[in-house]
Structure formats: C-alpha cells, structure tokens
Design a protein around this ligand. Structure first.
Ligand SMILES: Cc1ncc(COP(=O)(O)O)c(C=O)c1O
Length: 350
C-alpha cells in the first residue's frame, strides 16, 4: 500500500474545509469595485476593528498587500530600511524597485529582528547627497528566521524611533496570527507598532486566497486606488472573503495545534544524526544539516520518495511547516522518514 503524502512544504498548501466551502458557496456577493460586495465589506470592517485601525483593504495576495503599502508610503528614490531576509526584500523580485522606484537598505538581523542601531545609522542628515529614508518594514512572524516571533518590545522600540523621525512603519504580518496565538498579545497590540499591516488568510488560517492591508483611512484609500491601477480590483470577491471570515471564526485558536505539532516535529527531527534543529516559536521548523550529512536538495528528494514533502531553505537547510492539513499521524510519518534518511546517509558516510 502506498504511503499517504504529508505535505510540509508550506502552510499555503491547505485546501478549504467542507465548512469553508459551504460558507463560500452561500456568500452574499456584489461588485466590490463599486463597493457593493457585502461580504468583502464585512471582512474589511471586521479586520479594521480586530487590528485597531481605521480601515482595511482585501487584496489578492500577501505580496500585493506589501507592495501596495510600500507604494503608498514612499515616493520614487526613497530608501526603505528592512531586514535582509524579510519577505519584502528576499522574495518579492525587487518589487519595491520595479513598482515604486524605491531603494532597499537591507540589514541583517538576529532571528528576524531589525537591529536598532541600523535604524539610527540609516537616518543620515537631510543632505542633498543622500536618499531620504521614509519607511521601515518589519516582519512577524519571520519566515526565513524559522517562524520566529519578533518580540513586541523590539517592534515598539523601533516604531517609537521611526515615528520620532516621521518615518512610516509597515509590518508584514503574513503570519501575525501565529505570533498572536503563541504569545496571547492581541492583534491590535501588535498592529499598534506599525502604520500599515498586511496579514494573510491563505497561510495558517487555511483560506484559498486573500490577504488584508490595514491602516489609516487615508492609507487604505490610497492603496485601494493603486490596487485598481495594478489590476487588483476584484468583482464578486465575497466568495473569497467568506472563506476568510470563516477562517477568522474557526481557524485562529487552532493555530496552537500547529505550534504543538511543529515542536514535536522539531524534537523528532533533532534525534536524527547530523542535524541541528532549533525549537520553533510557531509553526515553522528549520533543520540545519551538519557537515557529514547530505545537502538539503538530497534530503528533500529522499523525504519525497517516502511521501514527505519539504523545501530546501538554503543549501544545507530544510524547512517543514505544520498546518491545518497535517495531523499527528502525518507528523510521526515525517519524523520516521527524516530519521531514516539521515541515519542511512550519515551512517553510510561514517
Ligand atoms: C512573511 C511573508 N510575507 C508575505 C508573503 C507573500 O504572500 P503571498 O504568497 O500571498 O503573496 C509570504 C508568503 O509566503 C510570507 O511568508
């Protein structure tokens, strides 16, 4: 009998549950470009209220939300300070340069935290020789730092220095829900550290499509206009928004299950030879392959042969994510496969 597939590549691989599909099928809809879709309007009001901001805009993807924020908070030639492994810098194809004419100033942080002195250093004099730094982007939880939670105090500190210099702050909160559930800090408290926040429904929350951009009424109004210019105006989008509303009602608290499964995965992986696995803060597990172990591509391929899908996250790093469609049996299957692959490879090399 063939083994079931355990897909740990990302929390984006989830499929809408039967209840979510039912909510989508029965959603009341209208033309959202005319502002007529009651379900999109309900989602936007609910998210504004949940995050303590004036307004919200439903967008097709996290990337679109981040790029809209950069676009409306900067002018061409402005400099944007951000962590070097942040999604906005690392995974959006230089979008801030292409879409908004901005210069990125990427700074290496520790576990996703943008160092404070980098901000202070970036704020050079208002001299005609230098670019104007107008925006700081943060990310929480931090994907490439292994789902690390950037502490609230660090974000508050950064925001207060940025605001004292009239800089804007955008928070990529694709997985802010995970930080909220893991810490008990409310979404509104996290969001108070930024002027603009993007959050995804299509990751741990399990919706098929959709992200939200929140901020002041002016910020969201400007972003709505650019969204239309970029072809992101959607019509009967209530079908999608209904899935997101369903996720808000049913899939936030359960993220704690993903965090527990990620911890179990990390413990199990760590018992394999030739690997170092930090304890995850949330749902993302990172396994670093030590000298003597095969490289990430080899490990990922060997796991796939055993029905376990992961991704290489660097030449010697493998990423696995726990999510709605992974149960305890899947976690144990993944641990068994991981140990077998590493034991065979490292044992053979010894
Ligand atoms: C931290 C972070 N921000 C933004 C995004 C972009 O989201 P999307 O894939 O919906 O464009 C991702 C996607 O993985 C992400 O991990």
């Amino acid at each position: 009998m063939s083994q079931p597939i355990v897909d740990l590549r990302s929390d984006t691989v989830t499929r809408p549950t039967a209840a979510m599909r039912q909510a989508m099928a029965t959603a009341e809809v209208g033309d959202d470009v005319f502002g007529d879709d009651p379900t999109v309007n309900a989602l936007e009001s609910r998210m504004a209220q949940l995050t303590g901001k004036e307004a919200a805009l439903f967008v097709a993807s996290g990337t679109m939300g981040n790029q809209l924020a950069v676009n409306v908070l900067t002018r061409p030639s402005d400099e944007v300070l951000l962590e070097a492994e942040s999604h906005v810098y690392y995974y959006e194809q230089g979008g801030m340069a292409a879409n908004s004419g901005c210069l990125a100033n990427p700074v290496h942080g520790e576990r996703g935290v943008l160092p404070m002195d980098a901000l202070v250093r970036a704020l050079r004099s208002a001299d005609d020789h230098v670019a104007r730094v107008t925006l700081v982007c943060t990310e929480n939880t931090h994907n490439r730092a292994g789902g690390a939670i950037v502490p609230l105090s660090r974000l508050q500190e950064l925001a207060s220095v940025a605001r004292a210099r009239s800089l804007k702050v955008h928070l990529d909160g694709a997985r802010l829900w995970n930080a909220h559930v893991a810490t008990g800090v409310s979404l509104a408290e996290w969001c108070a550290t930024a002027d603009s926040i993007m959050m995804c429904f299509s990751k741990g929350l399990g919706a098929p499509v959709g992200s939200i951009l929140v901020g002041s009424a002016d910020h969201v109004k400007a972003a709505r206009r650019v969204r239309k210019r970029w072809g992101g105006g959607m019509r009967q989008a209530g079908i999608l928004a209904a899935a997101c509303l369903h996720a808000l009602d049913h899939h936030i608290a359960r993220l704690a299950d993903d965090h527990a499964r990620a911890r179990r995965l990390a413990e199990g992986f760590a018992q394999a030879p030739g690997v170092s696995v930090p304890k995850p803060d949330t749902n993302i597990v990172i396994a670093d392959l030590e000298p003597g172990a095969p490289d990430a591509a080899t490990v990922v391929a060997a796991l796939a042969e055993r029905g376990v899908r992961t991704v290489p996250f660097g030449p010697r790093r493998v990423r696995a994510i726990a999510h709605l469609d992974v149960d305890d049996a899947g976690v144990e299957q993944a641990i068994g496969a991981f140990r077998e692959v590493l034991t065979q490879a490292v044992g053979a090399a010894r």
